[in-house]
Design a protein around this ligand. Structure first.
Ligand code: ATP
Ligand code: MG
Length: 718
């Protein structure tokens, strides 16, 4: 009996459908941006469920960011409808790792309510370890120590497994020893860092075959998005779980591997067929996202990379209004922000939604100019990733208070707020408390209570400490009787924290109070303080707060997997993008990773992409004149339109002396050619001219190539 094709399958192309219907056994989907990889994963989940192959809870789906997890949850919910049997295990490696760890915490010497440390706390802890070992932090910074440890964790190595010599370079051979001390301190604090969320489940599975077997049979089907960015630890984790029934489907694009610097191994794609022989391999070549200009620009750019598996992409996209990728320049980063803001407004006037516009930056420092501009002009925006909402000082202080209430043993939180706002507890008293805690092997709050029964702490410090300890006790007793948002407000009031900000005359104090309000608002979604705190620990990408339409501001790294109608790509300048650090540290490989990042950026756009660069930029507080990125030159002729920001000085006035050849072009359209001329002065610039032409009332650019009669380098004319 042939069953009618379910509607969710009908909308797929034959290759996508093959990937969805090959339910049993390993599957690798290797395909370029916008070809429907994520869509295949979502549809696969729906298909598995509708065939009755598994219950939702027997499906494990891994996404790369929490934002992607949320989106996939929505997509899955839309397809499976209001099924009441729960949802699949769906989240990032870290979120799923946490869930598994909490169930078996005791087996890895943690208790189930263990805390997840954020970067700031990690650094604090690393500093403590270095200090205890009398290691000079100036020579051996805590950050470097953490980087070393993280790299080991990403490879799935415990201190016992790291080859001793690998730590030789750090602090005169103490590297591995420090890793061990750091690990022991974490356990003593009942805490895990991000690396542990992967490493500890692996240890758990290896040491307890029965637990592993349990999960192997639980997860009948496993799916992984953005597979090209898995690291070794994640790979080991997947391989352990999938060895049972081998129903593992991974989708990825080697051209979008952008986390090499964090230990991701694109080779995992190549290893897949070896580790899972007989895998079905599907390639998707049709792009459903972008216009042909955007696709051509991105494909041409990425073709400059040598280390590629190589994929073709095409689109059937036919839009008479389709315009080339726009390249524009500004005098400096402030002008760039202003010009982009104006472009945003003008598109909005033409009916585009702010929700469909994104500005993708290379570094978080670039965000400030945009934030300032948007605040000035009242353009609603949201920041995703980057200098995160949850990392702002007032938010971190508030969270520390909440943690002290829910997790009295969390010393790092207690240390953070013990004298914030100032309550007369100086360094000496803090040390007294922490030494007592260390000596007794008890949490600092408990040690403080003990100390108060002696007369060791005196005067103001005594009053302050007694007040704080009593307040914490009281708040804790209100945990079960009061709503968590109400309690949170009370904590901030009674601790004196809000009063401190109200009394603060500095310009950013009102904003900080606003942030605290926002924090409490955001808690409403959760049903308890611990649930909220866990969420905060896991969000690597703070989501937009602004209700209503808003432009998205985020890093290129955070944008992976997402799509927008309009994408702005500012800061395409040598040194910034490709970043000088990537080039210095990793040479050709670094350059290729940067180029993949550019590819990711361009391919986020559905209809319009704007590449922007500034002629001057402040780097580390110093103004520097900058040259357009080599990536600008790598965009293909015919799919790019170069535009001058008229009226901003920009190329128009400044450029003439520096880019003399520009004068041979029409006044408002230039070519990427001068980018190259500026950077490699020995080069003879190719003169391409984009002549504005009107077709059916639409302004388009026609490209004309000219041989220059003369060109200039600096003030010399040849
Ligand atoms: P990326 O590499 O950027 O993560 P992807 O390969 O995961 O991209 P998707 O996000 O799944 O691509 O799909 C890109 C867009 O194309 C989405 O808007 C999706 O809904 C749409 N799309 C995918 N397949 C089809 C199809 N068969 N018919 C119509 N639209 C499709
Ligand atoms: Mg995707």
């Amino acid at each position: 009996v042939s069953r009618p094709t379910p509607s969710y399958l009908e909308s797929l192309n034959p290759e996508q459908r093959r990937a969805v219907e090959a339910i049993d056994g390993p599957v690798l989907v290797l395909a370029g941006a916008g070809t429907g990889k994520t869509r295949v994963l979502t549809t696969r989940i729906a298909h598995i469920l509708s065939l009755g192959k598994a219950r939702p809870s027997q499906i494990l789906a891994v996404t790369f960011t929490n934002k992607a997890a949320r989106e996939m949850k929505e997509r899955v919910a839309a397809v499976i409808g209001g099924q009441s049997e729960g949802m699949p295990w769906l989240g990032t490696f870290h979120a799923i790792g946490t869930r598994i760890l909490r169930r078996h915490a005791e087996m890895v010497n943690l208790s189930p309510d263990f805390t997840i440390l954020d970067t700031d706390d990690q650094i604090r802890l690393a500093k403590q370890v270095l200090q205890a070992e009398n290691i000079d932090e100036k020579r051996w910074p805590a950050r470097q120590m953490l980087g070393m440890i993280d790299a080991w964790k990403n490879r799935g190595l415990t201190p016992e497994e790291v080859p001793k010599s690998e730590g030789d370079y750090f602090a005169n051979g103490k590297g591995v020893g420090l890793y061990k001390l750091y690990r022991d301190r974490l356990k003593a604090l009942n805490a895990a860092d991000f690396g542990d969320l992967l490493l500890e489940p692996i240890r758990l599975f290896r040491a307890n075959p029965d637990i592993l077997a349990d999960y192997q049979s639980r997860f009948r089907y496993m799916l992984v998005d953005e597979y090209q960015d898995t690291n070794v630890a994640q790979y080991l984790w997947l391989r352990l779980l999938a060895q049972g029934n081998r129903n593992l489907c991974v989708v990825g694009d080697d051209d979008q591997s952008i986390y090499g610097w964090r230990g991701a191994e694109v080779d995992n794609i190549l290893r897949f067929e070896t580790d899972f022989p007989g895998a079905t391999v599907v390639r998707l070549e049709r792009n459903y996202r972008s216009t042909s200009h955007i696709l051509a620009a991105a494909s041409h750019l990425i073709a400059h990379n040598e280390g590629r598996l190589g994929k073709e992409l095409f689109t059937d996209f036919t839009d008479p209004d389709e315009v080339p990728v726009t390249v524009a320049s500004s005098w400096d980063s402030e002008e760039e922000a202003r010009a982009i803001n104006e472009e945003v407004e003008s598109l909005q006037k033409k009916g585009a939604s702010l929700d469909e516009m994104a500005i993708l930056v290379r570094t978080t420092a670039q965000m400030r100019a945009f934030e300032d501009r948007f605040v000035t002009t009242g353009t609603p925006y949201r920041v995703i990733g980057g200098p995160r909402f949850y990392e702002r000082k007032e938010i971190r202080d508030a969270l520390a208070y909440f943690r002290c209430v829910t997790q009295p043993a969390y010393d790092l939180a207690f240390e953070r707020i013990i004298n914030v706002p100032a309550r007369g507890i100086g360094q000496v008293s803090v040390r007294l408390v922490s030494e007592a805690a260390r000596a007794e092997g008890i949490p600092m709050i408990a040690a403080a209570t003990d100390l108060l029964s002696t007369d060791e702490v005196k005067g103001k410090a005594r009053t302050g400490l007694a007040g704080l300890v009593a307040s914490l006790e009281r708040w804790r007793s209100q945990l079960d009787t009061m709503s968590h948002t109400e309690l949170a407000e009370i904590v901030l009031e009674e601790s004196g924290y809000t009063d401190m900000l109200k009394a603060d005359r500095s310009a950013d104090a009102p904003g900080r109070l606003e942030n605290l309000k926002e924090l409490i608002r955001s808690m409403e979604e959760f049903d308890s303080l611990p649930a909220f705190l866990e969420h905060v620990s896991l969000v690597t990408d703070a989501q937009g707060e602004a209700g209503g339409e808003a432009v998205t501001l985020m890093t290129l790294h955070a944008a992976k997997g997402l799509e927008f109608d309009v994408v702005f790509l500012p800061g395409w300048e040598e040194g910034l993008f490709p970043s000088v650090r990537a080039l210095d540290e990793n040479g050709q490989a670094g350059l290729e990773e940067e180029r993949r990042l550019a590819y990711v950026g361009l391919t986020r756009a559905r209809k319009l992409a704007f590449v922007w660069f500034a002629l001057n930029r402040r780097i580390h507080g110093m103004w520097q004149s900058s040259a357009p990125s080599r990536f600008v030159d790598e965009l293909p002729e015919g799919h790019v339109m170069v535009r001058e920001e008229a009226g901003y000085g920009g190329i128009g006035s400044y450029g003439r002396s520096r880019f003399d050849e520009v004068e041979t072009f029409s006044s408002s359209y230039h070519t990427p050619g001068w980018a190259r001329a500026q950077r490699r002065r020995e080069d003879v610039p190719r003169h391409r001219r984009h002549v504005p032409t009107t077709i059916d009332g639409e302004l388009v650019a026609k490209t004309v190539t000219e041989k220059p009669s003369a060109y200039a380098v600096g003030d010399r004319v040849f």
